[in-house]
Design a protein around this ligand. Structure first.
Ligand code: PA5
Length: 421
């Protein structure tokens, strides 16, 4: 279970009983299905449902891809992409199949680079789109479907295309049925940004070599624990603290981690909170910083700029790799006192120094302690943030499950490009 350390918020926020009761009530309304858009809370039971349902088919497809491909090109954007990439970058599995991501933008340079990296290796494609009509994904799919068909012929290409989309409707579903692609489902009751533990995230993760049964098992257990926790529930408290600090004038929440492999988890988190809470003229702006690198750039702004920032830091108790500070005869840099200490140990001391500086400088710090940067840690983080985000959205008084704002540019785009949809 994630451990919440609020030492760094004490100076700025002390939750009242009423705030704690409100967070518990928001949580209860999620579980009882009495809150706004309660038909989009299927992620609460998603890990359990996949374990007893689609998991077997996902694993079978992953085995087939591993047997006939050296590369899997994953096409998707937003919630149909970030979770898988975040998991693979965080966990760095040592599988034999390289996962390349495309269909998440319109840069011709990026697409050319993916094609160049792919080279002449055997490959398969996983196209992921709940709506089946997202332009970036559709155009990317055209490019890679074309490459597949030129390389293998139409019939064999169809056996190498895996489509993750709505169970019954949408252009991609229709095309998949006509062409005979293997299909996986984005559940109706799960929005894109809450879908990483469905086939959306799990198929690329399994192909990359991640043990998805382990991820799902830990996620299901964590969700149960968080939903049954009545005293000091960390998901409720995190939501309440964020909302308290938001009301007190904080406008930006920075998520910070000392592991560069966490960068895409930061991207996933930004989407989760930004799309869920940023509406009706409200919401903390979510940003991500990578320490210690960003302490040498953004550190100035965090320490000394406008005092409108809340910091949430993710710390791992253990390190996947060990390396110690070596001896150096001249000790020219003056760091000889650290000889023999591990970098991980040094980093944790630095994390305390950073928290002390930022708290003193006017930045409340929430710390989330996670045991390890591994599959279990990934599952715990995803579960914790999804649940706490929904509670926080209910506390803020917005619908955390829609995203009307992202439609505006799409309408303009369609008008200017002259496409129907
Ligand atoms: O969270 C969301 O709903 C969005 O980020 C979508 O996932 C994203 O726009 C992609 O949509 P689709 O899966 O329909 O292609």
């Amino acid at each position: 279970m994630i451990r919440l350390d609020l030492t760094g918020t004490e100076k700025y926020c002390s939750l009242t009983d009423e705030e704690l009761r409100a967070a518990a009530a928001a949580h209860r309304s999620l579980l009882e299905g009495t809150g706004v858009e309660s038909d989009k809370t299927g992620w609460l039971t998603l890990a359990d449902r996949i374990l007893t349902g689609e998991c077997r088919d996902i694993l079978a497809a992953a085995e087939k891809i591993k047997s006939d491909s050296k590369v899997l090109v994953v096409l998707g954007i937003g919630g149909s992409y970030l979770g898988a990439r975040a998991a693979i970058e965080m966990l760095q599995p040592e599988g034999d199949v390289e996962i390349l991501f495309a269909g998440n933008g319109l840069s011709p340079t990026y697409i050319r680079n993916v094609i160049r990296t792919l080279g002449d290796r055997d490959f398969s494609v996983n196209v992921i789109s709940k709506s089946g009509t997202t332009m970036e994904t559709s155009l990317g799919f055209r490019v890679f479907k074309d490459l597949l068909e030129k390389k293998y012929g139409e019939a064999e290409a169809a056996k190498r295309i895996y489509a993750t989309t709505d169970a019954v409707k949408g252009a991609l579903k229709g095309l998949s049925d006509r062409k005979g692609y293997t299909t996986f489902v984005v559940p109706d009751d799960v929005g894109g940004r809450f879908s990483v533990l469905s086939a959306v995230g799990l198929l690329p993760m399994a192909v990359a070599g991640i043990d998805i049964v382990n991820v799902l098992t830990v996620a299901a257990r964590t969700m149960k624990e968080l939903n049954e926790c009545t005293e000091g529930n960390p998901a409720e408290i995190y939501a309440a603290v964020r909302q308290n600090l938001y009301r007190s004038g904080k406008a930006i929440e920075i998520l910070a981690c000392f592991e560069p492999c966490f960068r895409f988890m930061g991207e996933w988190w930004k989407q989760l909170y930004g799309e869920s809470e940023g509406k009706d003229g409200k919401g903390l702006f979510p940003a991500y910083v990578e320490y210690t690198a960003d302490l040498h750039s953004m550190g100035q702004m965090i320490q000394d700029g406008e005092r409108n920032i809340v910091e949430t830091a993710i710390l791992f108790d253990t390190d996947r790799q060990q390396i110690s500070v070596p001896d150096e005869a001249s000790n020219a840099d003056g760091f000889g006192g650290l000889v023999g200490r591990t970098f991980g140990d040094v980093c944790r001391v630095v994390a305390d120094a950073v928290r002390e500086a930022h708290v003193d400088g006017g930045v409340p710090n929430v710390r989330l302690n996670v045991e390890a940067c591994d599959e279990a840690g990934f599952a715990q983080i995803v579960t914790f943030f999804e649940l706490s985000c929904a509670i926080s959205g209910y506390l803020e008084g917005v619908n955390p499950f829609n995203q009307p704002g992202v439609e505006v540019y799409k309408a303009n785009m369609i008008r200017r490009l002259g496409t129907k949809k």
